[in-house]
Each structure stands twice: as C-alpha cells, then as structure tokens.
Write a protein that binds this ligand. Structure first.
Ligand SMILES: [Zn+2]
Length: 703
C-alpha cells in the first residue's frame, strides 16, 4: 500500500451546551490523539482538527434554562471544553468554533454550491408551529407525555425519563415550551439532501470497497441504513439561532446543525492554514490525503453516509476510515447527563490531576485506562475498581516497576552511567530480549495503522513485562553480591543493565502516542532530546550512548488508594437523579383518544411482516426490556421490546408476531433495535401478541 502524502484527522465536534464526560473522551478523542501522535512521531504530514459545535436548537434552550443568551452559552462551554481537552493532553492542531465567521462563510458556500448544481430538493411539509409565539417549533421545543413510560418529561425528540427516541407526533398532549399553547401544524418549505439518489454510490463505496478495512460495526450500521431505504433529509430549519440560509427564499431559516457541523472540519482546517501560513486545499481536495473521522457510534450515519455524500457532491475527498467506537458505560449503567450518572472530564481533572499527588501522571493514568477498556468492538464499562487495578497492577507494577528498577540498579551497579555492551558475552536470554525489542515495533505499528489501540497498548505493556522477566532471570543484584571483584561478572552486569536501558528508551518511544507525559518524563530521566522519540528509532538497541550519565529515577505513576475509589463511587451514587416511576393511569386515559386521521398513503408507508421469535433474553439493568431475535424469512433481526414485565423469555420463543419491518433502527440500552413488534393492550394493561390467525410463513406481508 502506498503511503498517503498527508493526513487530516478529525474528532467529533462536541456540542457546546454542557460538560463532556469520559465516555466522550474514550469514544472520539483519545483514540484520535493516539493515532495523531503516532503519525507525528513517524514524521508524517498531519493536521488534527476539532472544535465546538455551537448551533442547533439545544443551545437556545440551554440559554433559556440558564437565563442567558445563546452567545453566552457557547462562549462559556467552548472555553470549558477547550480547557478540559488541554488539561487532558489532547494535541489538536486547532480547536475551532462553528460560530466563527469563516465557518459561516464556508457552510454557506457549501450550500450554495450544492443548490446551484441542482443537488438539493425543496419540499413543502407540515411542521409544528406556535401561533402565540409566532414561531415554528423544533422537536425539542415540544413537550408532552411519553407514550412509552407516561412521564411528562418527554420532548418531541426524546423522552428524558425512559430515553426513548420520539417524534412530536407520538407525544400525548403536546404543548409548546415557548408559550405553553398547543402547537398546530403549519406549512413550510425546506431544502433537502436527497440521500436516496446516492444509494448505489454508498453500496459500492462502503459495502464493497470498505467492507474489510472498516470496523464491522460501522459497515453493519451503514448497511442497515442503506437497506432501510435512504430518505431525503432536511438541511434547513425554521430557527433564529444558526447559519442563515444564503438564498432569497431562506428568510427566517438556518442551516440544520447536522449540515453545518461536519463542514466545521473544513473551516477549522482553513483557520489552521491561515494561522500557520499553509495551504488548506490539498487536505480536502487531493486524493493522496488520508482523511479519518473519529466519532462515537451515534455519529456513524453523519460521518459515513451524509457527510460523504456532501463531500462527493462538493468535489472533496472522502474519508478513508470512520473508526467509530461503541459506548462506554459507568459502574454498571449507561452514562447519562439527565440522570447525572457520569464522570465529567472536569471532575476527574479536579479530583486527580489538580490534586497535590496528581498532575500529568494522573492524565496518563486516565488515558491508559480509557484505552485499555476502549469500546472498539462492543460497549465497555468504566469501573472505578477497574481503574485502580489498571493503574496499580499494570502501570505501577509492570511498566513503572521496570523503569524504576532499571534506574535504581543502574545507579547502584554502574555508577549512574550507561554501561558498555560486551557483545561477545551475550547469552540466549540477552539475545531473546533483543529480538523482542526488534519485533515489538512492527507489531505495534501494524495495530495502530488498523486503529486497534487497545491491542497496541497491550503490546507495549507486554514488552515492559518481558523486561521484568528478563531482569528476574538475570538477577544482577544477586550476581553483584556474590562476585563483586570479578571483572567478568561486572561485564555480565553491564550487559544486563545496558539492555534494560535500551529497552527503556524503546518503551519511551512506544508509549509516547498513548501516554505522552510519561514519555516526556522518561526523556528527562535519560537526559536525551525529544527527537529520540521519533518512531524510526524504535526497535534499535543503540539509543543511549555508552558512558552517558543519566538522571536519578523518578516515579512514573502513583498508586490509587482504596479510599479514593470509595469516595468516587459514593459521590457518583449520591449524585444520581432518580427518575419517576411510570404513570400508567395517565397514559391509559390518554390513549383512548384517537390519533389524528391519516391518509391511505401514510399507512402504506408502514411495512408489516410476519416473523417468529427465535431467541429472547432479558436486557441487563432494564426491567422492562427483552432482546429478541426475530426470523423474518429473509433475515433475522434484533428487536428490543418493552414486554419483559408481561412475558418470561423462555415462554415466547417460537411465537409468531407482526413486525414493523421498516422502522428506523433505534438504540435502547445500548442495543440497536431494528423494528418493533405489535402488541395489543387490554384494559388491565396486560399485553398480547398480535399475530396471524393460523401459522403463516415468516416474511409474509401484512396488508
Ligand atoms: Zn418515556
């Protein structure tokens, strides 16, 4: 494979409406930073961009909540997030903002370019409107009762209580949060990006070209979007806050935040080029640039489907990869801002990094643990006990221990200077170690190139483990005691310590992308320049010159004490906001009302199919949910259904059901649910399956 000429690496733009937690950090930021630091050590041409996403409806809502202006909100959270990333050693080349004029211009130019070439559609639709406030209502501005759990904390896009994704039409008794009045439907027109027109391109590009080099979960999610039928997506909104639609018919409209946000990567690159007197264009136009988007799995559709279509239409390069991570849970439960079940980056910084016994070593300790548990292939779990174990029994006991022993013994047995290597005296154990050092570089390099950061980090730690084993075999401290005056013995000690020091230098290079502050400290102890960390030096055993005096050892990591862990777990539990119990009574009276009349065309959009439940299991920590797999004849689907209080899993296997087969996928408790099964509810609130009268073949349509 030819090496790209340059790299453009992006991390998802965090939304400027609140603090970000370590789940975000593990998903889109630390992996990108590792990759970028590795590329820089390889002396590749790389630009790493990120910034605050400052548009969208949640910003003015947050402003209203805090009694201030949208501008004040974004200024506040932009600064906070920038500081958090700085404090955790993220090495963006630029951390930009989408409220900057250069971004508005870039996004407007993008829109105009697409619109002028007829790539957009204008469609009229009915949207919710507040007649008192004289304003169209974004989904978030509509509040009502959740049809799923009965909570009154449901919004037009999502229920805050049960987490279900909603559309405003599903809300029971919807009201406008602007005026409290009942919203009405009103006609409006918007620009749409017709995704369906690009289906063949996506099939070819993702499902064929990238089926092997992209993560299976990313390809899988793209496949289900494509197979589910790609609808045209509105790219404008009736809103005040945002980027004006640059069109005579665009009065009172702004670009939808999901149209403008990814363009933020381009405007950030432009600003970087101005600041550094470079040309930004090759990074977005030249085919020999490798573009990689680091995102969480909730962002896959935007970075692997929608933005690439925009880029293609605009004449830009496409991402070479979108290594999306799954979600990080916390102490056995999903991280949630509304329930306050989370660990904010800021909290970790205050409790560890800024403490007397904290500092940059604590930054690296968090970076270590988050990489060690990175949710690369499935959701993973942040446990405080796990953090303590990772730090104490790996960083301290293996890596830190090896470096510390090497330095202490080198000062004690070799006068603090790099001893000579007597090649004629090298034995098998020495040669094995030299071979391991040589092998590690390629192994780690290949894993990093494939975005397998967990495994790559494991290999680095494993190399330090081999160092400990080597030292244990050689026991230079015992050898020294036994035959102190024999020059041959001193030669053997010199060989051992020489190799341990060269291994330490290698470990500094290899750990640098992951734990940059640790590498820096090691550089200091070795009294060498930072250039030694160049990746090409890894694998060599002549990095430190014979006779060179090294500094005294410093501890690389401190232990995490039991009471620190206990304090964190208690703090987390004390802060949890308990959610209300479902209000079944209210829900029941509400559902007596018929929903508004629909046309046959509306109904015919729903694709109902007969299927059979083949497996059923409880969803952990969700009393109401069962995870089902359903045989639809043509495929087997995973569907999460809220029926666990009514049926035992083992009782429903083999049952035929009717499935809404073309419902967009939806995450519930981290599981992607692909469809919905129809249930009838009797007056006691008990659920019954809706199924064909008599056995029908799976996949049979219900018309
Ligand atoms: Zn709900």
């Amino acid at each position: 494979m030819t090496q790209p000429k340059r790299y453009l690496i992006t991390s998802a733009l965090p939304y400027a409406n609140g603090l970000k937690h370590v789940g975000h950090l593990a998903g889109a930021y630390i992996p990108a930073d590792i990759y970028v630091r590795y590329l820089r050590a390889q002396k590749r041409d790389v630009v790493f961009v990120c910034g605050s996403d400052e548009h969208g409806t949640a910003i003015p809502i947050q402003a209203a909540k805090e009694g201030t202006t949208p501008r004040a909100i974004i200024d506040k959270y932009h600064e906070v997030m920038k500081q958090d990333f700085d404090d955790l050693s993220m090495s963006f080349d630029i951390y930009h903002r989408t409220s900057e004029p250069i971004h508005h211009e870039t996004a407007q130019e993008f829109f105009t370019y697409l619109n002028d070439r007829g790539e957009l559609e204008v469609k009229e639709s009915e949207q919710f409107y507040d007649e008192e406030a004289k304003s169209f209502l974004a989904d978030r501005y509509i509040k009502g009762t959740c049809p799923n759990c009965g909570s009154d904390r449901a919004f037009g896009d999502q229920c805050e209580n049960c987490g279900r994704t909603l559309s405003p039409d599903e809300l029971i008794n919807p009201v406008s949060t602007l005026s409290g009045s009942k919203p009405v439907k009103k006609k409006t027109s918007h620009w749409y990006l017709p995704l369906g027109k690009h289906e063949e391109f996506l099939r070819e590009w993702i499902l064929r070209e990238h089926k092997d080099d992209w993560r299976a979960s990313v390809v899988g999610q793209c496949r289900s979007w494509i197979e589910g039928g790609l609808q045209s997506r509105a790219i404008s909104r009736d809103l005040e806050w945002g980027i004006r639609v640059p069109h005579p018919d665009g009065v009172g409209k702004v670009l939808y935040v999901w149209f403008d946000a990814p363009i933020g990567y381009i405007s950030a690159t432009k600003q970087w080029s101005i600041d550094n007197n470079k040309d930004w264009k090759p990074y977005w136009y030249d085919a020999d640039t490798k573009l990689v988007h680091f995102v969480g799995k909730d962002n896959i559709v935007f970075h692997a489907i929608i933005f690439p279509i925009m880029l293609k239409l605009h004449g830009n390069i496409l991402p070479a990869n979108v290594p999306a991570n799954e979600f990080l849970n916390l102490e056995g439960d999903k991280m949630s801002t509304s329930r306050n079940w989370k660990l904010d980056m800021r909290d970790y910084i205050n409790d560890f990094v800024k403490k007397e016994n904290g500092g940059l070593q604590c930054v690296d300790m968090l970076r270590y643990y988050l990489t060690q548990i990175a949710p690369e292939t499935k959701d993973s779990e942040f446990m405080w006990k796990g953090f303590q174990d990772a730090v104490n029994s790996e960083l301290v006991s293996i890596f830190g221990n090896f470096i510390n022993r090497t330095w202490v013994l080198m000062h004690k047995l070799c006068g603090g200077k790099v001893p000579k290597l007597h090649e004629e005296l090298l034995d098998e154990t020495d040669k094995d170690l030299i071979a391991e050092i040589g092998k590690a570089k390629n192994k780690i390099e290949n894993l990093l190139e494939e975005f397998k950061f967990r495994e790559a980090l494991f290999e680095v730690i494993d190399l330090s483990r081999k160092g400990n084993q080597y030292m244990q075999k050689k026991e230079p401290w015992i050898v020294a005691k036994q035959l102190a005056d024999n020059p041959e013995v001193q030669k053997s000690i010199d060989n051992t310590m020489h190799l341990c020091l060269q291994l330490s230098a290698n470990l500094a290079i290899l750990i640098n992308p992951f734990l940059p502050n640790t590498a820096k400290k090691m550089i200091y102890m070795m009294k060498v320049v930072e250039k030694m960390l160049d990746w090409e030096n890894a694998g060599k055993i002549k990095l430190l010159s014979v006779g060179y005096a090294l500094r005294a050892p410093e501890l690389l990591f401190r232990k995490i004490e039991d009471d620190e862990i206990k304090y964190q777990v208690e703090k987390l539990k004390a802060g949890l906001i308990k959610m209300e119990e479902p209000k079944m009574e209210e829900t029941k009276s509400a559902i007596v009302n018929l929903k508004p009349e629909i046309q046959f065309d509306d109904f015919s959009k729903i694709d109902l199919k007969v299927g059979t439940i083949v497996t059923a299991e409880k969803v952990e920590k969700a009393d109401k949910l069962l995870k089902l797999s359903i045989d639809l004849g043509f495929e087997t689907r995973t569907i999460v259904s809220g029926i666990a209080l009514h049926f035992k899993p083992e009782d429903i296997i083999g049952k035929q059901v009717v499935v809404v087969a073309n419902l967009a996928p939806r995450k519930m408790r981290g599981i992607e649910s692909n469809g919905m099964i129809l249930m009838a509810e009797d007056k006691e609130g008990k659920l019954h399956f809706v199924n064909p009268d008599g056995i029908t073949n799976n996949g049979a349509p219900v018309n």
